[in-house]
Design a protein around this ligand. Sequence first.
Ligand SMILES: [Mg+2]
Length: 118
Amino acid sequence: MKILIVDDSSTMRRIIINTLGRIGYSDVVEAEHGKAGLEKLKLGGVEMIITDWNMPEMDGLEFVQTVRGQNASIPILMVTTNAAKEDIVQALQAGVNNYVVKPFTPDTLKEKIESLLG
Ligand SMILES: [Mg+2]
């Protein structure tokens, strides 16, 4: 399953990729912000998105809203330091399926991904 990871921090992308690898997902595509993420999506084949919120060019919220305008069903997991309840509500309203607050453990990421995939 191809997973798109959108985060402006290369370190965070590395952490997510390593965590995904440990739980059996090794087919990943990376983007450093929402705009680049949309370009990667156009190439096709992405079946799940893991995105940051705070990024230059296009943030995660705008990215998710844009994706949802084109694709209602692709699972989207947001991984962010924005932990306030109103932030989570805003992200869910934008179309995020689930939410992970940084820093996270591999088990947490695994649980969230598995719940997303049903
Ligand atoms: Mg960021």
